[in-house]
Ligand binder design. Structure first.
Ligand code: HEM
Ligand code: HEM
Length: 220
C-alpha cells in the first residue's frame, strides 16, 4: 500500500464516522503512555534522592522522548488526513473538545522539551535514548555557570509541572465528555475511537469487501 492508498483507506473510515486503525492505534498507545508518565513521574517525585530516583527519571525521560516522536508522527498523519466529522465544530462542546485536543498535542512536545532542559542540568552522566534504542544527546548546559543552570532547572521544572497539572485535569474532562456523548447524546464520538470496523457502507473505500453482499444499508 503506498501513501495515497493509505490516505484513501483511512478516509474511508472517516466517511463512516470512525478513526482509522492508525488513528486509533496512535490514540490508545499514546493515551496509555501519557497516563503511565503522569503516574510514574509523581511516584518518582516522592522517592528519596539517590540512584533509584535518577534511574527512574532516566526511564521517565526515555518514555517521554518516545511520546514526542510518536506525537510528531501522529501530528504529520493527522495534518494530512484529518478525522471523522462526528461533532458540530461550532457548538460549545465541539470547540471545547477541539481546544483540549490542541492542548494534548502541545503537551506531547512541551513536556518532553521542558523535561529535556531539566535533565540536562542534573548532575550525573546517565545517557538518554528514545525508547531505549536511539541515543539522544543532553543539551550542552554543563558549560554554563552553576547559577544559570539552577535558573534553567527551576524555570523548566515550573513549566513541566504546570503542563503536567493542566494535562492531568484535562484527561478526565476529555474522557468524561466522550462517555457523556455515548450515554447522553448516543452519538458516534466514543465508538469512533473504539470500533475498528463500524457499519459497512457499500462502495466506500475502507468498508469490508463483502459490504454489498446482501447486507442492510447503514442507518443515516
Ligand atoms: C511526555 C510526557 C511526560 C510527562 C507526562 C511527564 C510527567 C512528569 C511528572 C508527573 C513529574 C512529577 C512532577 C512533580 O514533581 O510534581 C515529572 C517530573 C520530571 N520529569 Fe517528566 N514528564 C514527561 C516527559 C519528560 C521527559 C522527556 C523528561 C526528560 C528528558 C522529563 C524529566 C523530568 C524530570 C527531570 C522531572 C523532575 C522534576 C523535579 O523534580 O522538579 N519528563 N514529569
Ligand atoms: C482515557 C480515556 C480516553 C477516552 C475515553 C478518550 C476518547 C477519545 C475520543 C472518543 C476521541 C474522538 C473525539 C472526536 O473525534 O471528537 C478522542 C480523541 C483524542 N484524544 Fe482521547 N480519550 C482518552 C484519553 C486520552 C489521552 C490520555 C490523551 C492524551 C493525553 C488523548 C488525546 C486525544 C487526542 C489528541 C484526540 C484527537 C484525535 C487525534 O488527533 O488523533 N485521549 N479521544
Amino acid at each position: 500500500m503506498n501513501l495515497v492508498q493509505a490516505i484513501e483507506w483511512a478516509e474511508g473510515h472517516h466517511r463512516r464516522g470512525l478513526y482509522s486503525p492508525i488513528g486509533v492505534g496512535f490514540h490508545w498507545v499514546m493515551a496509555a503512555l501519557m497516563i503511565f508518565q503522569l503516574g510514574f513521574g509523581w511516584y518518582l517525585s516522592w522517592l528519596p534522592a539517590g540512584g533509584d530516583k535518577l534511574l527512574g527519571y532516566q526511564t521517565h525521560a526515555e518514555v517521554g522522548l518516545t511520546l514526542m516522536v510518536l506525537g510528531s508522527l501522529r501530528f504529520l498523519w493527522r495534518s494530512q488526513i484529518g478525522g471523522p466529522d462526528n461533532v458540530d465544530e461550532n457548538s460549545f462542546s465541539g470547540r471545547a473538545s477541539h481546544a483540549l485536543q490542541v492542548w494534548f498535542y502541545f503537551s506531547f512536545f512541551a513536556l518532553p522539551l521542558s523535561g529535556w532542559v531539566m535533565w540536562s542540568t542534573l548532575p550525573g552522566d546517565l545517557p538518554l535514548s528514545i525508547a531505549g534504542v536511539i541515543p539522544f544527546p543532553n543539551l550542552p548546559f554543563d558549560q554554563l555557570s552553576e547559577q544559570l543552570q539552577f535558573t534553567l532547572m527551576q524555570g523548566a521544572a515550573t513549566v513541566h509541572v504546570w503542563i503536567v497539572w493542566i494535562t492531568a485535569l484535562a484527561i478526565p474532562g476529555h474522557a468524561g465528555a466522550a462517555v457523556l456523548h455515548y450515554v447522553v447524546k448516543r452519538d458516534r464520538v466514543l465508538p469512533s475511537m473504539l470500533d475498528l470496523n463500524g457499519p459497512d457502507q457499500p462502495g466506500v473505500v475502507g468498508s469490508a469487501p463483502d459490504a454489498d453482499s446482501g447486507r442492510q444499508p447503514p442507518r443515516a
